[in-house]
Design a protein around this ligand. Structure first.
Ligand SMILES: NC(=O)c1ccc[n+]([C@@H]2O[C@H](COP(=O)([O-])OP(=O)(O)OC[C@H]3O[C@@H](n4cnc5c(N)ncnc54)[C@H](OP(=O)(O)O)[C@@H]3O)[C@@H](O)[C@H]2O)c1
Length: 243
């Protein structure tokens, strides 16, 4: 009989952007649950502070800048050489730029594309050879409800980037399925982090999802057996039809 839920059992999970917000909450939760972690971000010292832990046998904190392709390669190589295995990748690092047909510019679009789309693509590509090995590799892409529909007033560029991330998640499922890789696009509504600071029309603070709630959901997704694949998981703060 196949397993009901997978155990952390020292599985090695890479998480991008763990210096604050959702990524830091995911890192703290997964570490407490018994996963081994490789955390990538622009400022490793900030990550160590945010999660209250230092490099150890079970934790590796590496420089990673989503806009610098070589840093993805170095991060994956360092992770593989430290742990000799990679079991999961959480593409969390992301940015929000306000760009639409009458605001922002193409540089904003390029920045969104670089961080929210190209970096996850690159990391998935680099991690796939490792994720194929254990027979239960996992990819969790932190997309958004903005990856599921367009809501008036929200950045067109951000919405486009998150739709692309959802599409990439589906492609990753096909790419890795036969080797036991399962990929999920986690699509939250407003989360209580810095990302929404100063954003007009954002869900009021009291109604936002807490980062720790999302972290618990990520831990659950990573624990689902191969026979229970969740391709997209919307987690909404608003009442919307089918979302
Ligand atoms: N907050 C929400 O309402 C919400 C809703 C749905 C989805 N999301 C998604 O959830 C993810 C995390 O967002 P958050 O709310 O936790 O935002 P946040 O508090 O602004 O944190 C963003 C994280 O991404 C990192 N990051 C940004 N640019 C980077 C780069 N070039 N290279 C490496 N890391 C970079 C940041 O690192 P630094 O500290 O170095 O800047 C930080 O760790 C994003 O993908 C976001 O789109 C958020």
């Amino acid at each position: 009989m196949s397993e009901v839920m997978l155990k952390p059992n020292g599985r090695v999970i890479m998480v991008s952007g763990a210096s604050r917000g959702i990524g830091a909450a995911i890192a703290r939760r997964l570490l407490a649950d018994g996963f081994r972690l490789s955390l990538g971000g622009r400022n490793p010292d900030e990550i160590a502070k945010a999660i209250g832990a230092q490099n150890s046998e079970n934790l590796l904190i590496c420089p990673f800048d989503a806009e610098i392709p070589a840093s993805a390669e170095t991060w994956v190589e360092k992770t593989a050489s430290h742990f000799s295995q990679i079991d999961g990748l959480v593409n969390n690092a992301g940015i929000l730029r306000n760009v639409g047909f009458s605001m922002g510019d193409e540089q904003d679009l390029d920045d969104l594309w670089a961080v929210n789309v190209k970096a996850p693509f690159r990391l998935i590509k680099l991690c796939l050879p490792y994720l194929r090995k254990p027979g239960n590799g996992r990819i969790v892409n932190i997309a958004s409800t903005d990856g599921r529909r367009f809501r008036q007033g929200v950045s067109v560029g951000y919405t486009m980037s998150k739709h692309a991330l959802v599409a990439m998640t589906h492609a990753a499922r096909f790419e890795g399925w036969d080797d036991g890789i399962r990929a999920t696009a986690l699509c939250p509504g407003a989360v209580n982090t810095d990302l929404l600071a100063g954003i007009k029309g954002a869900t009021p603070v009291a109604e936002r999802i807490q980062p720790d709630t999302l972290a618990a959901i990520v831990a659950t997704i990573l624990s689902l057996p191969n026979t229970a694949s969740v391709a997209e998981m919307p987690v909404n703060t608003r009442l919307e039809s089918s979302l």
